[in-house]
Structures are given as structure tokens and as C-alpha cells.
Design a protein. Sequence first.
Length: 168
Amino acid sequence: MVKVKKCYLCLTEVDEGAKICPRCKAKLGARKESGVAGKRGFPLFKILLAVVSLGVAAKISVRSHSAGSAAGPEGNGTAVVSVKDGAIRKIKEKGAGDLGAVGVADIGYKEDTLCVYVDQRFTRLSRPQQEQLLGIVAGEWVKALGKDSTEVKVLEYGTDKTLAELVV
């Protein structure tokens, strides 16, 4: 009884010892248990695939490591960061339209200092109006941090030039 194998392209049955399919002229590999001759592997492709996989895994681990280190040196820091971020989000939600109308372009923080980024409309307000607006914004920040007072920096939007520093 002659053993046969199948071509992996056209599925023609050929002798076990044949190296080339007589029908489609494809090179034949070793016979598998299923009876279909396996295609020879391409080692360069497998190496390339392994290198790309390692690169993706390294990129993911670096990204997750940098996200963990952004929490700060004091442990994981998630409670402190989430309270501050929550306060900023709350301030922005409350006064999204009103703050923009008077020239407040953005609000952020550095450590415990509230940073208010303003444009030219804010500088046209009178000094008492500016202080009143900053007092309202800083009030939410003080409540979130649980302090009696807080430092507020007024920065020019886009250039980060300090226009004023207050303690409210």
C-alpha cells in the first residue's frame, strides 16, 4: 500500500516521497496526521512576529508603569489626586459658561495651588470683580481640600505668565 499525502494548495493526493505537486507545482512539506502536507514555515516571519509582540508588550508595560508613577512619591496617591481632580471637575461643571464669559479659559492645580488660566476678558474686569470671581472659584477648591485658605495663581492662558498670586 502506497502512502499518500495531500498538497496544501490544491489538495491533490501525491506520493509520500514527492517534493513538488504535479498539478500546481507547489513545494510539499512533511505529511501531517490529517493527511494534508504542511506548508514549510517562514522563520523570518516568525522572528519578526516575536519581536513585534515583545515591543508591544514592552510599550504596554512602560505605559502602565508611567501611569502608576504619576500618582506621586507618597504611596499610590489616588485619594489625593482624585479629590483634587474631582474638585476641578466640579468647578468646571458649575461655571462652564459663566467662567468662560468672564475670561477664565481653564482651571488646574499644581500641588495645593489653584491655577486659574485667564484671557484678556478677565484682565478687563475691575480688581474687586476679579477677586470676587477668584473667591468663588477658590471656595470650591478649599472645601475639597479641607483647608481654611488656599493659594491661587492667575496665569495668562497659552503663555503661563503669572498675572497675580493671591491667598484666599
